[in-house]
Design a protein around this ligand. Structure first.
Ligand code: TSJ
Length: 640
């Protein structure tokens, strides 16, 4: 059975094709890039529409499937895209959605579109960039379908059968002519869809990967929405109190939701979103939140004599110590600012968030005095530590002013004074440090040996951190200063190479260092200056020839190549200390032969990185062990 719903095809069609052709000519303008990132963006564009249907109150479930041929299928149980004729275009609304640029949400009337933002351009862009796309609509007891190829309509919307359900189904195959990469990454989709589920309370999102022999399915459903997101952020930490503080409200046309809970660490983890899109650089909504938090707690502390009238106010930083928080707002016309367009600019958002949070947080603190006291007490301690840290820092600043920058005694510096040519090896242990000093190229390679485990900065306040000798040595050697004083122009080395044993202890020490760098000099990592050295795990001697293997797989490869016989002498290195200087140079330090791993932060998942670090650094032992065994995912391979 096949009944035509609409057969009119006119001159408008030509204009439509020109619109979609523009998308195919300059895809980057519409989806950011044609890399793997842009590819995944297609999925979010489609799913956003179902999320909007959920926000409008008509959809409770979204299924996302990666099909065997790498096409993507999205099904929701909403009302189904309207099929009636849109009078402006003279076409069924669904056809307008898929063929006219920027039509998303503006058809049919009553459509409530808030999601999308950075590239919120909708279904027509996905259609234009797909080899083919098929939409099926379940509505009023009937099923309707239309198919497009590279944006072109293959046939008018047709009725294809009967159904009892309602909803929308879209399948599309990204165009290999457009995208550099057309294989979807399950992990990337899993992370983003989980985030969307956290941000849309009550929605169930089901992700299935059918490419595997045994299809993999994950369900994301968070009844409490961002409250559960905060619980998730704190899942490997020790919350200061049981409740998750939650504020929700609407001011003018801005819907505001905030959830927060403190833990007993010293770092803040606040993540803000606008229309379900992350705003890593914050903006007015974040400012409104911070203002409200600072003001409400100071008012409470004064009123309840936790702070005396003549005592200095708690700073925002004091109150946010150990805070995990999610701020999520929905606004109809978000303005994104800054170089990367990741910062909210709408000034009305500041007032909206400030008003909702002040009102509801004040009420919460009055209702929960013991929680209020715990947070205030922690903030007062933070205030004292901050004062002590300032004194310590003033002292070091004054010192360097008087004595010039005196480099740490343990540092064996290089002779070349041009930072571009220089690198510094941070080496675990004095004995390995000794070998490294002998082995190095004195002109360009500096060695800084560190003794034993460095301080865990996740578990220490700033005043402790700044007087720690190992950390002081690193800060002075790098030359950049830290925190607000940080200046990358002053960096004395192009590469900072962390060299530790290839065992669990070594991995832990490397992580402690990375954590320190991430917390106090994140730009060193962002700008690609931080590396991990890769010492070999095995040495194989055969008839006076020496081979090295960096893992078990390579060991096997070497053995297959040279023959497995009794002349092989295999040594498993337990640490850098077992290598002499020449071996260390040959395997790990010689720029011609070594392998370095560059440490990177995936900007899209900085909140996930936080969880990674906290997994390693937190008080709870079990998740840490698990992590070290599965190894660091923020490290990407780089051959140099
Ligand atoms: F992106 C898309 F257009 F391809 C798409 C849209 C893809 C998927 C998987 C779902 C959807 C979608 C659209 N789901 N639900 C809707 N809802 C509407 O379009 C809709 C339905 C009814 C009314 C109304 O006012 O009666 C309004 C709208 C916007």
């Amino acid at each position: 059975m096949s009944t035509e719903v609409n057969g009119e095809y006119g001159a408008d069609q030509i204009q439509i094709l020109e619109g979609l052709e523009a998308v195919r000519k300059r895809p980057g303008m519409y989806i950011g890039s044609t890399s793997i990132r842009g590819l995944h963006h297609l999925v979010y564009e489609i799913v956003d529409n179902s999320i909007d249907e959920a926000l409008a109150g008509f959809c409770s479930e979204i299924q996302v499937t990666i099909c065997k041929d790498n096409s993507i299928k999205v099904i929701d149980n909403g009302r189904g895209i309207p099929i009636g004729i849109n009078h402006k275009a003279g076409l069924p609304a669904v056809e307008v959605v898929f063929t006219i640029l920027h039509a998303g949400g503006k058809f049919g009337g009553g459509g409530y579109k808030v999601s999308g933002g950075l590239h919120g351009v909708g279904a027509s862009v996905v259609n234009a960039l797909s080899e083919w796309l098929e939409v099926t609509i379940y509505q009023n007891g009937k099923m309707y379908r239309q198919r497009y190829e590279r944006g072109k309509v293959m046939y008018p919307l047709k009725e294809i059968g009967v159904t009892e359900r309602t909803g929308t189904e879209v399948i599309f195959l990204p165009d290999k002519e457009i995208f550099e990469e057309t294989v979807f990454d399950y992990e990337i989709l899993r992370q983003r869809l989980r985030e969307m589920a956290f941000l849309t309370k009550g929605i169930k999102i089901i992700l299935t990967d059918e490419r595997l022999e045994e299809p993999k399915t994950r369900e994301f459903y968070y009844e409490g929405g961002i409250k559960e997101y905060v619980a998730y952020l704190n899942r490997h930490k020790n919350p200061l109190y049981d409740q998750i503080i939650y504020c929700e409200g609407q001011r003018d046309d801005i819907y505001v939701e905030v959830a927060l809970q403190h833990n007993n660490s010293y770092q803040e983890g606040t993540y803000s979103f606008v229309n379900n899109i992350t705003t890593p650089e914050g903006g007015t909504h974040l400012t409104g939140f911070r203002n409200a938090l600072t003001k409400t707690f100071n008012d409470y502390a004064k009123k309840n004599k936790i702070l005396k009238e003549n005592e200095t106010n708690l700073t925002g930083e004091d109150i946010r110590e150990g805070l995990s928080a999610i701020i999520s707002i929905k606004i109809s016309e978000p303005q994104f600012e800054g170089q990367t367009k990741q910062k909210l600019g709408n000034s009305e958002a500041r007032g909206a968030v400030e008003s909702v949070v002040t009102e509801q947080l004040t009420y919460f603190l009055e209702q929960n005095p013991s929680v209020a006291k715990m947070i205030c007490d922690k903030a007062v301690l933070a205030q004292r530590a901050r004062d002590a840290a300032r004194k310590a820092r003033d002292l070091t600043r004054r010192k360097t002013a008087l004595e010039g920058t005196s480099l740490p005694g343990k540092l064996a510096d290089c002779s070349d004074k041009d930072p571009k040519n220089c690198e510094i090896y941070i080496v675990e242990g004095d004995s390995a440090g000794g070998s490294a000093k002998t082995a190095r190229n004195r002109a360009t390679q500096a060695i800084l040996p560190l003794r034993g485990k460095i301080l865990n900065v996740e578990k220490s306040r700033l005043d402790k951190i700044l007087v720690n000798n190992e950390i002081k040595a690193m800060i002075t050697a790098f030359g950049t200063g830290i925190g607000e004083d940080f200046d990358i122009e002053k960096l004395r080395y192009d590469k900072i190479v962390i060299m530790t044993d290839a065992d669990v202890d070594g991995a832990h020490i490397a992580t402690l260092m990375l954590t320190f760098l991430y917390r106090f000099m994140p730009d060193l990592i962002r700008k690609g200056h931080v590396y991990l050295a890769q010492p070999p795990l095995y040495k194989i001697d055969k008839n006076k020839k020496v081979y090295y293997a960096y893992d078990d797989k390579e060991l096997n490869e070497v053995l297959s190549e040279i023959g497995r016989d009794s002349n092989n002498k295999i040594q498993r290195y337990k640490g850098l200390g077992e290598m002499d200087a020449e071996q260390l140079w040959d395997t790990t330090m010689d720029p011609e032969k070594r392998i370095l791993l560059r440490v990177t932060i995936d900007e899209e998942s900085e909140s996930e990185i936080d969880v990674v670090f906290n997994t390693l650094m937190g008080d709870k032992v079990e998740p840490r062990r698990e992590f070290i065994e599965t190894n660091a995912k923020y490290v990407k391979n780089l051959d140099i």
